[in-house]
Structure formats: structure tokens, C-alpha cells
Design a protein around this ligand. Structure first.
Ligand code: ZN
Length: 155
């Protein structure tokens, strides 16, 4: 496994749309393994393939240590409610903002075993799903902030 370089805001790759994965090749599996290692090293709760320079629809989310969702071609199939909470991004270090997101989100994705699955998340997990899926369409959390936070508002 390898630690990958995380692209930072301003890199044009972060603004591009990622392509669907048509086949789960060993290369895609290695990418996901490397993304997990990179996420753990960076202490984040989610990472999308375009953040490591790969424009493929692959994201990982781990809001609860040890519970890691590896999602290929994920799509939001249901959402409800609203929440406004603080959010940050490994590609935008040192910046935090309050975003408006649905309170509850259901995602359908393909797993590394090739099987489709659905997962519903609320609160932080719902935010993480929305945040990571946005990366696949070239969107950053700063595009949907209600307001940015001052550094002294962040613990
Ligand atoms: Zn991000």
C-alpha cells in the first residue's frame, strides 16, 4: 500500500467530473487500499479518488473508526431533512465552514466485491456522503457553505 498525495484547492483536477468505473480491476482495488491508508494518515473521515488525482467515481467514508464504506459509482437515491454543521476538507487544509446538507441520505453504490449495496446515513455520515460524492462532480464544500468559520471558532 502507498500513501498518496492529496491535491489542494486550486488544482484544476478537483474541479473536473470523475468517470464511472466500468470494471473493478486490481488497479481499482489497489487505489482503494491506498486511499484507505492515505485517509488514515491524514486523519480524515472521507476521501474521493479525484482528491488523489484519479478522476474515477470512487469514494471512501469512515466517520466511525473501523467502519469504512468503500463505494464505487455511488449515487444518492434518497435524502430528507436539513442540517447546518461545520465541515472541512483534506484538500482545503485549515478552512472550516458551516454547510447546508440533508439530515439523512441514502447512497447506492457498488462494493469492491462487485455487488450493489445501499447505505443510509444521518448526521455526520450523511454530511460525509454528500461531501465525498460532490468531489466526483468537481464540487467542494466551500461551494455550499452558509458561512466560513474563523479559526478561533474551530476547536
Ligand atoms: Zn473533501
Amino acid at each position: 500500500m502507498a500513501i498518496l498525495n492529496i491535491l489542494k484547492e486550486g488544482d484544476p483536477v478537483l474541479r473536473k467530473r470523475s468517470r464511472e468505473v466500468e470494471e473493478i480491476t486490481p488497479r481499482i482495488k489497489t487505489l482503494i487500499d491506498d486511499m484507505v491508508e492515505t485517509l488514515h494518515r491524514a486523519n480524515g473521515c472521507g476521501l474521493a479518488a479525484p482528491q488523489v488525482g484519479i478522476l474515477r467515481r470512487v469514494v471512501i467514508v469512515e466517520t466511525e473508526p473501523g467502519v469504512i464504506y468503500k463505494m464505487i459509482n455511488p449515487e444518492i437515491i434518497a435524502m430528507s431533512g436539513n442540517q447546518e454543521e461545520a465541515e472541512g476538507c483534506l484538500s482545503i487544509p485549515g478552512k472550516w465552514g458551516i454547510t447546508k446538507r440533508p439530515a439523512k441520505v441514502t447512497v447506492r453504490a457498488t462494493g469492491i466485491d462487485g455487488r450493489k449495496f445501499e447505505i443510509t446515513g444521518e448526521g455526520l455520515l450523511a454530511r460525509a456522503f454528500c461531501h465525498e460524492l460532490d468531489h466526483l462532480d468537481g464540487k467542494l464544500f466551500t461551494d455550499c457553505t452558509v458561512r466560513m468559520l474563523d479559526p478561533d471558532e474551530v476547536e
